[in-house]
Design a protein around this ligand. Sequence first.
Ligand code: CA
Ligand code: CA
Ligand code: CA
Length: 172
Amino acid sequence: MLDLKRRLTNKISMTLAALLLAAQPLVGGLTTSALADPGTFRIIFRTAQHFGDDPNAFDGAFNYNGEDAEFVFDTPGALTTWRSVLMLQTKGVDFSGNILKINGVVLDDELLTHAGDTNSETFTQMIIVQANVLHANSPNTLEIIARNENGDAGGNLDDFVIKRAVIQYLLP
Ligand SMILES: [Ca+2]
Ligand SMILES: [Ca+2]
Ligand SMILES: [Ca+2]
């Protein structure tokens, strides 16, 4: 168990390191060096959250939110005129129309489908958050909404789990 925890921690560290490298093209084209732009991150939540319409879809193993939930997080001093990156670990996403919003704005990137509810695969996804979405001086909200196969509310909603949510953003 400890070993698993350590491996997960290593995985996250590696993801962050890879992301720092990957973030450089985001600020490419500036005359100043991308390396001079500091960044930081916030953990939005770290306890696995279940969204959907079937409380027993994962044997009740995760915190069940029903159709949707909203999470509040701060990004103090964020350079909000730049894009940021939301990282999510997901499980059981098999419909493509689920919705992610930050501060009421629907994110361009959607949750990627990768495996059904009975598959134990966990998938790490990086999502670009558009510029001018984050708040530097007041709390942000991340809203996660489960949708059915047609991308609508009601009926058989996709049941899925988000195990962690982390946002990485630039500082001035
Ligand atoms: Ca709810
Ligand atoms: Ca369902
Ligand atoms: Ca599902």
